[in-house]
Design a protein around this ligand. Structure first.
Ligand SMILES: Nc1ncnc2c1ncn2[C@@H]1O[C@H](COP(=O)(O)OP(=O)(O)O)[C@@H](O)[C@H]1O
Ligand SMILES: O=P(O)(O)OC[C@H]1O[C@](O)(COP(=O)(O)O)[C@@H](O)[C@@H]1O
Length: 316
């Protein structure tokens, strides 16, 4: 079984480390680095580290494709990204001791013709039984119903579909006649979909159960330091793992933690794991990534050791 990721709006993530972010003030950066990113790219990178065969589909601006090409050369990721004129967006990530602040840009506009080339390439490569991860925002020019349409087409081909999106594209995919098998909103994205605040885990669980009742087979809601809720036909569990001592970074960037969790969900699907073991592995992927710079996992043994420490329960 192969996993394919789709990233229509990739990004080069520029992470600037600060002592303390104070709006309106002049700051001296402690450090800066760039890495290839965007939701499906991050998922593919973590899956490649785990040893899962993966192809990356989507769009890349020719002017600054080098960091992506270096990533695809360094890891076993099949490069199925379509090159277009222009530069891929650069997203800013401001990290201080307490928090990560994301400034995400719009991205390169896409034409109908280029979009069709990308989507035809994906549907041609995805074989029955494969898994496709549709992830991230849609670039300007892309119709908001893009994911909804693609989910129906891929499911008809016998592909297992995970959608990690937000806002209108997510709402359209969740009101379409054919739903994705799996979704992984974070708490804010689920609240936006539900149209109400979800102040506690009971409210989050009720919203996740409602989506499962509509027909999404696996609903995973990530809640940052409060762990994540996993709802399937086998029940619902909460999974949480304390942050391990931070590695050489000394400061945790939460950028890509959700993407690492999505990679863990894909790895668990490939391995045929049940509810509790899936919750363990996906949480271990997410927390393992927190100590790494960029969308990378540490060696397999460390991730598996973290998985054993995940606390699984019916509620936090
Ligand atoms: N500060 C943290 N402490 C422990 N685990 C965390 C922390 N931040 C994120 N995680 C882990 O990463 C997962 C995904 O993070 P989250 O911030 O919810 O996703 P997203 O990046 O999609 O918003 C969480 O469910 C949790 O397992
Ligand atoms: O596709 P979007 O929603 O614009 O987000 C893109 C950004 O999200 C990331 O994929 C990180 O996502 P998560 O922190 O949710 O895992 C960054 O690499 C990228 O800059």
């Amino acid at each position: 079984m192969r996993v394919h990721t789709l990233t229509l709006n990739p990004a080069i993530d520029e992470t600037i480390t600060l002592d303390r972010l104070v709006p309106g003030q002049v700051h001296r950066a402690r450090g800066v680095r760039q890495n290839a990113g965007g939701k499906g790219i991050n998922v593919a990178s973590c899956l490649a580290d785990w040893g899962t065969p993966v192809s990356a589909h989507g769009l890349l601006g020719r002017d600054n494709a080098a960091p992506f090409e270096a990533l695809f050369a360094a890891k076993p990721i099949t490069d199925a990204m379509v090159r277009v004129d222009g530069a891929t967006r650069v997203n800013l990530k401001l990290v201080d001791a307490d928090d990560t602040t994301d400034i995400n840009l719009d991205g390169l506009a896409v034409t109908d013709e280029t979009l069709a080339t990308v989507l035809d390439g994906l549907t041609a490569m995805a074989a029955p039984g494969d898994m496709v991860v549709l992830a991230g925002s849609l670039p300007p020019g892309c119709p908001p119903a893009c994911y909804a349409t693609l989910v129906a087409q891929l499911r008809q081909q016998g592909v297992h579909v995970l959608l990690d999106a937000s806002g209108d594209p997510l709402a359209r995919a969740l009101t379409a006649p054919v739903l994705p098998h799996v979704i992984k909103p974070n708490r804010d994205e689920l609240a936006a979909w539900a149209g109400e605040a979800l102040p506690d885990c009971t409210a989050v669980l009720a919203a996740a159960r409602a989506l499962h009742a509509r027909g999404v087979e696996q609903v995973v809601v990530s809640m940052g330091s409060q762990g994540a809720l996993f709802v399937t036909g086998d029940g619902a569990v909460h999974a949480q793992l304390a942050l391990p001592p931070l590695g050489p970074l000394g400061v945790a960037s939460t950028v890509g933690a959700g993407d690492a969790m999505v990679a863990g969900l894909a790895a668990a699907h490939v391995a045929g794991l049940g509810l509790a073991e899936t919750a363990r592995l996906a949480s271990a992927f997410a927390v393992a990534k927190l100590g790494m710079a960029g969308p990378n996992l540490p060696e397999k043994a460390s991730v598996m050791a973290l998985a054993q420490d995940v606390i699984i329960g019916p509620r936090p």
